[in-house]
Design a protein around this ligand. Structure first.
Ligand code: FAD
Length: 453
């Protein structure tokens, strides 16, 4: 349809006003809001859904990857680690102890069905690393605790729809709500929507990347011990069953099911589907339908053929469809695949992932003042984003964005002019690793890159 109607103008009452407004309550937005509030700013956190968590909760992405560079070096700390510690206390996070983080058949058998291995290693058995399997409802619960303790004003059921601009400067956002549009004003806005909704709406340059989408789901009533015994005692038979299961799914990682902290409940990070646009209503509707059909077919098959899955039932299909990549901003610096793969270190690094570093410039959109972005839509090429979008680094970026917003407000400068060294020091004091100190394995950015290409 190529026709359009003009919307009638409607007043948007000011529902909230704060120093920092964060749009999106996923991993990046949560960390941004909590770090800004702990730094002393008043913070409003806006989320379209009925809970916090983003892909980590409503998207049911249930393993925290990219916490470490190989078995030895932990690269993400701060709020991401605090989340794990709190989940662990509740019995809702599982990770291998340091002594188990190595490459051995014994450890592979113990931990591989938890998904806690080096995703980028080659070979049939991979090194066990620090990664964390967790429960999505636990994530929501801990998120609530964190924002409540920090004094963040959380507004759920608030769908960002437009920026409030004063020339080139953003001064807040409009949200659609059940009672009509509402204005939320702020001196700094952090876009943590995952799809760069705010940055794009405000006119910041961006590209539209794409990657497979996934209707993640969980199965219950699974006898995981029997399933694992089958895998280890009859590898050829199990391989054949898994091959057929993956064929039915039509797209999946090698391990289509993984254990979770809940007994008898497995996480299925599949089916993967290509060719769907993560911003298109029509595509997302079609992908949801297609995914559910494939899931139903899979369950029918495994109930009959996979020991341990005889009584399996679908507990839930993630309410937030699994979009890995859509818009990516073209900020002051665009991170490349070479930067990610070769551990290129930047003097203005404020966040880390597996081995890679995120410069502050990659969270600064061009052309729009007082806007920061944090999360999977940061300034990165589509190829590099596929390798640098996991939950812990997104939290690391969020923590840096919230900290930078406070530093700018305290010094009376714009976020573009903030003293990055002061932000790095502050992040270290908070227990985060901003990547200011390069690992021995890092390589320095060439000065032309530093100056920005
Ligand atoms: C299927 C799948 C599997 C993955 N597997 C892994 C894995 O195993 N391990 C791992 O670490 N990472 C994995 N990832 C990547 C990881 O989940 C994401 O990159 C990460 O969650 C991004 O965090 P974010 O906060 O940037 O975005 P999101 O998690 O997408 O959060 C964005 C938040 O903003 C809200 N929002 C969006 N638009 C608006 C709006 N207009 N108004 C108000 N609120 C809005 C959303 O509801 C959401 O809460 C996977 C991703 C997918 C999709």
């Amino acid at each position: 349809m190529d026709c359009a109607v003009t919307r009638p103008a409607a007043d948007a009452p000011v529902a909230a006003r704060s120093d920092v407004v964060v749009v999106g309550g996923g991993p990046a937005g949560l960390a941004a809001a909590v770090s800004a509030a702990r730094g002393g700013a008043s913070v409003t956190l806006l989320e379209r859904y009925a809970h916090l968590g983003g892909l980590a909760a409503g998207g049911m992405v249930l393993v925290l990857d990219d916490f470490a560079d190989g078995p030895d070096e932990i690269t993400v700390r701060g709020l991401a680690q605090e989340m794990v510690d709190r989940l662990h206390v509740l019995g809702l996070a599982v990770y291998p102890p340091p002594g188990d983080r190595l490459l051995s058949s014994e450890m592979w058998q113990r931990w591989s069905r938890w998904g806690l291995f080096d995703l980028y290693a080659k070979g049939p058995e991979k090194s066990i690393v620090y990664a964390v399997a967790f429960d999505p409802d636990g994530w929501k619960r801990v998120s609530n605790d964190l924002v409540e303790e920090a004094g963040v004003d959380v507004r759920l059921h608030s769908w960002y729809s437009a920026p409030i601009m004063f020339g080139d400067t953003i001064g807040g956002v409009i949200c659609e709500t059940k009672t009509g549009p509402q204005a939320v004003l702020g001196d700094v806005v952090i876009d943590a929507s995952g799809d760069a909704d705010v940055a794009a709406g405000a006119g910041a340059p961006h590209v539209e990347g794409s990657y497979m989408v996934t209707t993640v789901f969980r199965l219950g009533n699974v006898d995981t011990d029997t399933a694992e015994r089958f895998e280890h005692s009859q590898p050829a038979e199990c391989h054949a069953v898994n091959r057929m299961a993956r064929r039915i799914l039509g797209g999946s990682w090698a391990m289509w099911w993984l254990r979770t902290p809940l007994r008898g409940v497995v996480w299925c990070n599949c089916p993967h589907m290509n060719g769907y646009d993560g911003l298109s209503v029509e595509d997302l509707t079609a992908a949801d339908r297609e995914g559910r059909k494939r899931i139903a077919d899979l369950v029918e098959y495994v109930r009959e053929h996979y020991p341990g899955f005889e009584n399996a039932v679908v507990i839930d299909v993630a309410p937030q469809i699994g979009v890995r990549q859509s818009r990516l901003i073209e900020g002051e610096y665009v991170v490349t695949k070479d930067d990610v793969v070769n551990r290129i270190h930047f003097a203005d690094s404020v966040a880390r992932g597996r081995g890679y570093y995120t410069p502050y410039r990659a969270m600064l959109p061009q052309r729009v003042e007082q806007l920061l972005v944090a999360g999977r839509h940061y300034s990165v090429t589509p190829e590099a984003q596929k390798l640098s979008r996991e939950i812990p680094p997104c939290m690391s970026m969020g923590e840096a964005a919230g900290t930078a917003a406070v530093a700018a407000l305290n010094c009376g400068v714009t976020v573009r002019k903030v003293d990055v060294a002061a932000v790095q020091r502050r992040l270290r004091r908070q227990g985060a690793d901003p990547g200011d100190i390069p690992s021995p394995r890092a390589r320095r950015a060439r000065s032309t890159r530093e100056a920005n290409s």
